[in-house]
Design a protein around this ligand. Sequence first.
Ligand SMILES: [Zn+2]
Length: 213
Amino acid sequence: MLLEQERILVAEYGRRLIESGLTVGTGGNLSVYDRASGRVAISPSGLEYERTQPEDVVVVDTDGAIVEGVRRPSSELAMHLAVYAQRPDVGAVVHTHSVFATTLACLECSLPAVHYLIGFAGREVKCAPYATFGTRELAESASRTIGDAQAVLLAHHGLLACGADLPAAFNVAEQVEYCAEIYWRARAIGTPAVIPEGEMDRVIEKFADYGRC
Ligand SMILES: [Zn+2]
């Protein structure tokens, strides 16, 4: 089986998306990019994560053509490929409709650095302009807005998180959801203060040095 380890990971982390509450039903999708072979393992379209086995994960090339697999790839394949094409540092993408990140996205609101853990995603998480799900326009909007950050909100839709590998991308999705909830709570009772950029640079540097804190 092509990209066997990557397909096992996609199936495993799909279940974790449900267990962690980052998504419900068949919402969201995830992929791993093996740059050496130019192949991407991506979750299948419309199959419950609990039922997804490694062989259900679809392998495509960088143009999106199916190389191996009997199912259809996720409808957001173009968005995953656009991020891989633009960012040589990215090896995995996790897309969710997690509640608090999506709440901000429905306000077309970026997530500022009100908690240091946002440093896993960057200095802030910008919100990409709305485009219809599953379209090239959405892929362009997300990849244009993410810049060099590890996450971007998708207006009226959800969140895209990325990382060097799938555990890293999943961690970014979890941390952004946590920070979005904290921001929501802080805004409910006051005006949250934003951590200065210089301090966020320091946090990001420390994360790079020590990994998870
Ligand atoms: Zn979506």
